[in-house]
Write a protein that binds this ligand. Structure first.
Ligand SMILES: CC(C)(COP(=O)(O)OP(=O)(O)OC[C@H]1O[C@@H](n2cnc3c(N)ncnc32)[C@H](O)[C@@H]1OP(=O)(O)O)[C@@H](O)C(=O)NCCC(=O)NCCS
Length: 392
């Protein structure tokens, strides 16, 4: 008989065995770094297991995080490490697990959920939709070095380690909030401390910026995991610091925003290609997800919505969306269905609208249905091109 319950330390080896069959074995340095996190996940009841009697046949992990949406940090449940034993695949277990993970995210008070899909259908079925992406590009190290000098020379930068985590988190928060960024994650101080505790990661902090990078596995290039800056001077100084490695690394691979200021700072970036890997979003509690995010201050908009969401019944039914003065709210509206122009959305349509996918696209993909002013209001209120600077 199949049952879903939390996985504990007694099943650690069974969990690692499932992982090995799904994604390959966890070995070497990564294993040493990750095992303490796994123990903490057990202690905090963040790993769900599907059991056939005593046998662990599938599992998935919940990660608490916040996601920036236009100046508001929205509590989000990351979903990762989803594994089904090879001999149990194709029987609906992945779908049941996805539903149970969404319920867990909701129970932990997180109105959004996000994940990087290895396979899309299982998550679409659970109401997730492509929301944004992680973008990587490659620069010539020498071009970054060229950003240095001039006014950038005055920016104060210092090397940081695990004991500086609180300060790093404060700078990241201040820059993302001020810029109204959409998509980047705030994974909290303990997590940042853990990342900075990696001796192979080189991290530097300025008053309004941060950069973290390391060598690629084959030592052929430098890899920038995260670089953010609140001003052009700081951006120049931080990128030029990585660029100073041009004598030993010809190229720098970097995770960037699709509209990263760096692309406009470089003298010549016409060759910059962005490689994207998509993440998916699920709205678990629509009312809270709208109330906690920010909206463009210049937009005043209203729309009638009718949401169809069997898995999260709290989202379903008629709503009036009101956006003004940089914030928004959803009010219950039992009469929404009778209003002309009311927009009908599936759970997937709602997630995609929230993430800024143009409603015109979603209409033509069959995920939302409606027209006129209400659609135009959604387009203006939610317009965004969200990205993450994390992978999980
Ligand atoms: C992906 C995985 C979790 C799916 O679990 P599962 O129990 O086989 O999935 P289900 O039987 O519940 O199928 C759910 C849906 O996903 C689809 N699906 C399952 N495996 C798929 C695959 N490899 N490629 C594309 N679609 C797939 C099914 O067809 C089904 O879609 P439908 O409802 O439209 O028919 C499982 O195959 C697995 O562990 N794979 C290796 C690890 C992995 O990729 N994990 C995902 C991490 S993000």
């Amino acid at each position: 008989v199949v049952e879903i319950r939390f996985v504990g330390p007694a099943d650690r080896d069974a969990l690692l065995e499932l992982r090995a069959r799904a994604f390959g074995p966890l070995g070497g340095k990564l294993r040493e770094r990750v095992l303490p996190l796994v123990e903490r996940d057990f202690a905090e009841q963040r790993v769900l297991g599907v059991y056939d009697g005593a046998r662990l046949i599938a599992s998935g992990r919940f990660l608490p995080m916040e996601q920036w949406w236009h100046g508001g940090a929205v509590p989000t449940g990351g979903v990762a490490s989803v594994y089904v034993a090879p001999d149990e695949r194709g029987k609906g277990i992945g779908a049941r697990l996805a539903a149970a993970l969404i319920e867990l995210v909701g129970a932990r008070g997180r109105p959004l959920s996000a994940l990087y899909p290895a396979t899309v259908p299982v998550y679409r079925r659970a109401g997730y939709e492509h929301g944004g992406a992680e973008y990587w590009t490659t620069f010539r190290t020498e071009a970054l070095r060229g950003l240095g000098g001039g006014p950038a020379g005055d920016v104060k930068i210092r090397q940081v380690g695990p004991d500086d985590a609180a300060e790093v988190v404060a700078v990241l928060r201040a820059v993302h909030a001020a810029a109204g960024d959409c998509g980047p994650l705030d994974r909290g101080e303990p997590f940042v401390r853990w990342t900075l505790d990696d001796p192979d990661l080189f991290a530097y902090l300025a008053d309004d910026g941060f950069i973290a990078y390391h060598w690629s596995d084959d030592l052929s290039e430098l890899v920038v995991e995260r670089a953010i800056a609140g001003s052009a001077e700081t951006a120049r100084a931080l990128w030029a610091l990585v660029g100073s490695g041009s004598s030993t690394a010809e190229t720098v691979r970097a995770r960037v925003a699709p509209y990263d200021p760096l692309l406009w700072l470089l003298r010549d970036h016409s060759g910059a290609r962005l490689y994207r890997s998509s993440w998916m979003l699920r709205v678990v509690d629509a009312q809270a997800a709208i109330a906690l995010r920010g909206f463009p201050a210049a937009v005043s908009a209203e729309a009638s919505l009718i949401v169809d969401d069997p898995l999260c019944p709290g989202n379903a039914g008629g709503w009036r969306l009101v956006v003004a003065g940089g914030s928004g709210r959803l009010e219950r509206d039992a009469a929404a269905a009778g209003r002309s122009g009311a927009v009908r959305l599936t759970a997937r349509g709602l997630a995609a609208v929230y993430a800024g996918v143009p409603p015109a696209t979603l209409g033509r993909a069959g995920l939302i249905d409606g027209g006129g002013d209400d659609i135009a209001a959604l387009a203006a209120a939610f317009a965004a091109n969200p990205y993450m600077l994390d992978d999980f």
